[in-house]
Unconditional design. Structure first.
Length: 293
């Protein structure tokens, strides 16, 4: 496993790790990516997690573990594609505020939908009201001067320390045969991103590789489409977008906060998985048998 300082410094191999996504690689080179998954009509940030290497020389099996944004607005074409994946389970990490904002997932024949909220619904409702309706002054007070990034780091820290039962439940379900599976939240970036990271850690994928996959959520066609109720003039909305960028970016500092919290609270990945999440040795072997080549 790579030293933690490598991740904290943002030294990923194939993806630009800066906190301003989409601006190219260090040194001025352009960051380009050839899509290897379909661009769905109304499902954002979909991708197969398969193909990632573990530290032991194995590979995450393709067609077994997927991640995305919500499925509430999936078109008939989207549903047909998702139906072709042979999914057994869709894990939805949204809360009631998210469900009210975007709606519940579409039903896919033969697929079990499991809702496991990963944050406080009341906090979620207040957040979305502010994002959708807040004026520039309110947004500046909440997200300006580094407030947005601070909120996000705190959210990741809280998810690690308070959602151990939920993450343990996902690992147990996957180990017990709930695959192929799709893991998603609203944008497929934070709650889904962290949960996918937890699964990948249990599979033996190194943190640097996990970070590479996490940062793919910054590619333009994968990003969450924000809708605001009352758009002001273009200059004001540009400032609003700038203030909200830390919330809607996938930034290496957020995932680093999660890794550092795991290390601080449990002394590393192994104790986190076993003592924090209750993942037993036999369950971990079943998980790896199901998801690794």
């Amino acid at each position: 496993m790579r030293a933690r300082s490598d991740i904290a410094a943002g030294r990923c191999r194939r993806v630009a790790c800066g906190s301003a996504p989409g601006r190219g690689l260090p040194g001025g080179g352009a960051l380009t990516e050839v899509p290897t998954e379909p661009t769905l009509v109304a499902v954002r940030n979909f991708r197969d997690v398969g193909g990632l290497p573990t530290g032991e020389g194995r590979t995450v099996r393709r067609g077994r573990l997927f991640r995305s944004g919500h499925l509430a607005h999936a078109t008939e074409e989207d549903r047909a594609f998702l139906g072709s994946l042979g999914l057994r389970t869709v894990f939805d990490f949204r809360n009631e505020a998210d469900l009210e904002t975007d709606g519940r997932d579409v039903e896919l024949p033969g697929v079990r939908n499991v809702n496991i909220p990963l944050d406080d619904p009341a906090e979620g409702a207040a957040f979305w009201e502010l994002v959708h309706s807040g004026d520039l002054a309110r947004l500046r007070r909440e997200f300006g001067a580094g407030g947005g990034a601070t909120r996000m780091r705190s959210s990741y820290r809280t998810m690690v320390t308070t959602r151990t039962a939920e993450h343990g439940r996902v690992l147990a379900a996957l180990a017990d045969g709930d695959t192929p599976a799709l893991l998603h939240c609203a944008a497929g970036k934070d709650r889904a991103g962290l949960t996918v990271a937890v699964v990948l850690m249990a599979l033996g994928v190194e943190r640097e590789t996990i970070a590479e996959d996490y940062l793919k959520s910054n590619v333009a066609h994968r990003r969450y489409r924000l809708r605001r109720e009352a758009a002001a003039d273009a200059a004001v909305e540009a400032r609003v977008a700038e203030l909200l960028a830390p919330v809607f970016d996938a930034r290496i500092e957020y995932l680093t906060t999660a890794f550092e919290t795991i290390d601080a609270e449990w002394g590393g990945t192994e104790r986190y998985l076993s003592h924090g999440l209750g993942l037993t040795g036999p369950a971990r072997e079943r998980l790896r048998a199901a998801l690794l080549d």
